[in-house]
Design a protein around this ligand. Structure first.
Ligand code: PXP
Length: 242
């Protein structure tokens, strides 16, 4: 059964805009799980622009579902992960000025660093996923550096208008899923998925988990988080291959 990871970073963004204690991303996570989220995803950025260290600690204590920590492959973040022990870590590239994660990790170009981080996290009992573009070279490199999972970046697909080019982007995702499975990797996907495009990705056989944030939190403003998460999960399950 395909799983839904709800990314609650935007809840923390609203909180940080005022420096208050609310809205609380942990409270949002509890509501999301109640509505059918399988896991909670959060990104502790180096600049702490939304999620704070304490959110990760509180999240771990408050929910028994899986916690998936997105982070850069830096010494500081690896030490935090080893201390807090999220179930999963998804390594992402991080650039200070970006609005959101742009592009996947170039695993092939930094094999030594990523391989070492994978080893250290695996020793701490954390499953490591690498956020990569749907590119066979990056899939192979991910398997070679010892990651257990990949998360395929669906942003390019999501930004491409309906038409021939969109089909090309979807085919690239299909190819990367296939390649990942052939290399024995768990294959997740995410970025830019919304209520209109999620079924095209959720219907691809072999994807274990989708991580979705922006569209769900945006929809929550109008319908509440319960309905926003429930509807996304319903669309995913409806489109699963038989
Ligand atoms: N997966 C990864 C690795 C991400 O960095 C993000 C954005 O934080 C997402 C999934 C979720 O993307 P979106 O907010 O566009 O749904």
């Amino acid at each position: 059964m395909i799983e839904l990871g709800v990314n609650i970073d935007h809840v923390a963004t609203v909180r940080q805009a005022r420096g208050t204690l609310f809205p609380d991303p942990v409270e949002a996570a509890i509501a999301a799980i109640d509505a059918g989220a399988d896991l909670i995803t959060l990104h502790l950025r180096e600049d702490r622009r939304h999620i704070q260290d304490n959110d990760l600690t509180r999240m771990r204590a408050a929910i028994s579902n899986r916690v998936n920590l997105e982070m850069a492959a830096t010494e500081e973040m690896v030490n935090i992960a080893i201390r807090e022990k999220p179930d999963d870590v998804c390594l992402v590239p991080e650039h200070r000025q970006e609005l959101t994660t742009e592009g996947g990790l170039n695993v092939a170009a930094q094999r030594d660093v990523i391989s070492l981080v994978c080893q250290r996290l695996a020793l701490a009992g954390i499953r490591v996923s690498l956020f990569i573009d749907p590119d066979p070279t990056q899939v192979l490199a991910s398997a070679e550096v010892g990651a257990e999972a990949i998360e395929i970046h669906t942003g390019q697909f999501a930004e491409t208008p309906l038409g021939d080019q969109r089909k090309v982007e979807l085919d690239r995702i299909h190819g990367a899923v296939q390649a990942g499975l052939e290399h024995g990797l768990r294959v997740n996907a995410g970025h830019g998925l919304n209520y209109d495009n999620v079924q095209e990705v959720a219907s691809i056989e072999g994807i274990s988990e989708l991580n979705i944030g922006h569209s769900i939190i945006a929809q929550s403003l109008f319908t509440g988080i319960h309905s926003a998460v429930g509807e996304m999960k319903r669309l995913m399950l409806e489109s699963m291959p038989d």
